[in-house]
Design a binder for this molecule. Sequence first.
Ligand code: AMP
Length: 398
Amino acid sequence: MALQFIDSIDDSKIKDKKVLVRFDFNVPLDKETKEITDTTRIDNALETIKLILDKGASKLIMMSHLGRPKGQVNSDFSLEPVATYLADKLGEEVTLTESCLDRGIKTLLTLNSNKIILLENLRFHKEETENDREFARKLSEYADIYVNDAFGAAHRKHASTYEINAFFKNKAYAGLLMKKEIEALSKITQRPETPFVAVVGGAKVSDKIKIIERLLSSVSNLIIGGAMAYPFLKAKGNEVGTSLCSDEDVSLAKKIFSQSTAHKIILPIDHIVSSEFGGKPEAVDKVGIPDGKMGLDIGEQTIAKYSSILREAKTILWNGPMGIFENEEYAKGTFAIAEVLSESNAYTLVGGGDSVSAVNKSGLANKMSHVSTGGGASLEFIEKGSLPGISALKFGVE
Ligand code: AMP
């Protein structure tokens, strides 16, 4: 069965119905004040919320996780700030339940008032991450139809994203954020316009090994930067000084080099280094990094080389920074990539937490074709072509 999107189904399927929606309201909170420090994830949900309300749902029941309370009730992870923010944004009352399994919820659902309900943090119950069927069944009893708009959580097989589909056969839909993400990521996974160039950076090869292998079969070039580059440089016999570079990652890099697609890999040719993490920056004008120095950003010649490859591309995927961009002195490589992408006519997709914060920091996010909201989810989608939370909407679960 094809995936059904909430905006393309008949209005009668929503009108006067109770609609249960899984969102990703996992927003960062200030430790002291509990204020939301970045509301992007809630803002991204507003379109789906408004659509459901406009189509005349009798109840909108929202659910999400926040942080990692590990199956325990912990007020530090309450969704209360989210309820307050949503009420303000929608100009309507939002009722936060005491628990997602609160006995009062069934009564709330019979009242004409309390139209918008937010269930308290799903992860206060260990059954959520255990993908427990009974827990999913209890949640499913609140509503007539189910919508999943939590793209950022769709790579997880949890009760509210996966198992719950067992109770909504032919009544499970993808929300508008989910739709946007699937459409954007499919441009990368299904016949991308060529040259297709991927830029992969960040810190850990082992986390991204699968996506690198997958991408190497479809890209014209795979540009590597950040700490990801050193295991690859070392695997080719270069010195990397004290740069972040584990033996395990060097082995993984060697494995990639043994494959026939390895010629597509492009590595840094110079570096910005320091004697200590975040210390005084020095330029190293060659591929090898001297003893006692650690690479912390790509160098000028590398920026020029990477930029010229990217200028020829028609499709660009970017995941992971080129250096420790959180420190201004080592942010040049990362911001240079953001700049080239922003000037490009190519289809540009930025995925993954740190490259997203880099494009936000550079003020260039709105110049990208798509900035994905899910770090792990976008990588896994590219690797596998779908996600458990999306497949379950389509096919249900056994
Ligand atoms: P990831 O989560 O794998 O995308 O890694 C992102 C992190 O990698 C950021 O916090 C960067 O500061 C860090 N990073 C990037 N380049 C380097 C480097 N050369 N050495 C150490 N850490 C780095």
